[in-house]
Design a protein around this ligand. Structure first.
Ligand code: FE
Length: 230
């Protein structure tokens, strides 16, 4: 299997390029628009045909590369059914399967960070977007976020996956690349709560500044802008 985890320094975003082998179909999760050439280079080097691109949710901290990639490769743009993006080709819902050559992802609806957040399970690993981060969880204070909903997504969905499942988040701010469900269950400080009310209390008192790109990124991502439209 080809599995590339690429990092965008300016937004600390992880992007994933997945394919079963060289010369096969490929899929990208959470691309950053400024990195488009880098993704295209990787695809070319491995002789991959990009057929699908997924955003786990409407991002507030970077402009998504899905429209630019679709313009350049004709790949299908995929998001969850609750996404307010104007440019999505395929809207998936809970338990839907996303397939390319010999690879299958299962959609898990995990709202809370936003109301359109999805996670994707692929065999031994899960792409958790900003729902479950390594030693953290995605903020819930904008884009119809909800700490209560996120608690349910975490405790009743993601943490119910087999403990050895590898966690690949959409961001990390401390240089960590992956984790496991077991490690997060045991060590993630946000998950050491005894009740939903305790979790809500933590999330409602984070007092975070808005992401610096938010006023640019959210409208651009809703419209699905390409590089020449930015
Ligand atoms: Fe996010």
């Amino acid at each position: 299997m080809i599995f590339k985890q690429l990092f965008d320094d300016s937004s600390s975003t992880y992007t994933y390029i997945i394919a079963s082998d060289k010369g096969r179909e490929a899929l990208i999760i959470d691309p950053v628009i400024e990195k488009t050439e880098e993704y295209l280079k990787v695809l070319k080097e491995l002789d991959l045909k990009l057929v699908k691109v997924i955003d786990t949710h409407i991002h507030a901290d970077h402009v998504t590369g899905i429209s630019e990639l679709s313009k350049r490769t004709k790949c299908t743009k995929i998001m969850g059914e609750h996404s307010k993006s104007e440019v999505i080709d395929l809207r998936i819902k809970e338990d839907d399967k996303i397939e390319i050559d010999k690879i299958q992802l299962k959609a898990i609806y995990t709202p809370g960070h936003t109301d359109c957040s999805y996670s994707f399970l692929m065999n031994d690993r899960v792409f958790t977007g900003d729902t479950l981060l390594i030693n953290g969880t995605g903020r819930t204070d904008f884009q119809n976020g909800s700490a209560k909903t996120q608690y349910n997504s975490l405790f009743n969905k993601l943490l119910k996956l087999p403990e050895k499942t590898i966690v690949y988040p959409a961001h990390d701010y401390n240089g960590k690349k992956f984790s496991t469900i077991k490690d997060e269950k045991n060590n993630n400080p946000r998950l050491q709560v005894g009740s939903v009310d305790e979790y809500i209390e933590i999330m409602n008192n984070l007092n975070l500044d808005n992401p610096k790109m938010m006023d640019v990124a959210v409208p651009a991502n809703l419209k699905g802008l390409t590089l020449d439209q930015l």
